[in-house]
Design a protein around this ligand. Structure first.
Ligand code: ADP
Length: 210
């Protein structure tokens, strides 16, 4: 934030409303679309903070917290965890990182309720999502990539074709319709998700810089 912007923070009551100089992106796409891989490049290039609900949930599982134990069963069956759980996690992180230049949301939002909660949380800080970058990859390629990753990742949800296809079905049913939600706000950018990692990164950065 520039010194000018800092001194020009607008206050309503006790709540600071920051000027809209942050850049928040939603990196979107089905399981295996490459969101995690591309997030690494984008966080570096734009100095953003990466928020992956999948990574956060796996950390809870590893730490054997009550939340992790609850999420574990659903995740290994390829189902979504409840909205309240992920919305609570995201809200905590937003509150604990007030100085971040912006966030890349990876794997969140995944339902209409989550997208609405995110808009609401953004509004409370006087900010908004700039773009939804939606990676487009055909189903058979997703299955190949996920089962390939499962051979080394140790992720139980990557090891069975049945669970992998279940995750893709969940995505199509509950998550893909969010493209319409962001399209209606003029924020959807569809990105071809096949090709080399660097080619896909440059498609993403073209969309962000454009
Ligand atoms: P992928 O997108 O490759 O499936 P993630 O690491 O993003 O991998 O998610 C793994 C699992 O974690 C999902 O299948 C789901 O069970 C759970 N999960 C992650 N993010 C969310 C979310 N926003 N809402 C509900 N469940 C989630």
């Amino acid at each position: 934030m520039t010194a000018w912007a800092e001194t020009c923070q607008v206050f309503t009551g006790s709540q600071p409303l920051e000027m809209k100089n942050k850049m928040h992106l939603v990196l979107f796409g089905p399981p295996g679309a490459g969101k995690g891989t591309q997030s690494q490049f984008l966080t570096e290039k734009y100095g953003l903070k990466h928020l992956s609900t999948g990574d956060l949930l796996r950390a809870e599982i590893k730490a054997k917290t009550p939340l992790g134990l609850q999420a574990q069963e659903l995740m290994s069956a390829g189902e979504l965890v409840p909205d309240e759980v992920v919305v609570g996690m995201i809200r905590n992180l937003l509150e604990n990182n007030p100085d971040a230049k912006g966030f890349i949301f990876d794997g969140f939002p995944r339902t209409r309720a989550q997208a609405e909660a995110l808009d609401e949380a953004m509004k409370e800080t006087g900010s908004e999502i700039k773009l939804m970058l939606a990676l487009d990859v055909p189903e058979e390629e997703l299955v190949t990539r996920l089962l390939g990753r499962g051979e080394t990742s140790g992720r139980p949800d990557d090891m069975s074709e049945e669970v992998v296809r279940k995750r893709i079905r969940e995505y199509e049913k509950k998550t893909a319709p969010l493209k319409d939600f962001y399209h209606a706000q003029g924020k959807l950018r569809k990105i071809h998700g096949l090709g080399s990692i660097v080619d896909i990164t440059s498609r993403l950065t073209d969309a962000i810089d454009g």
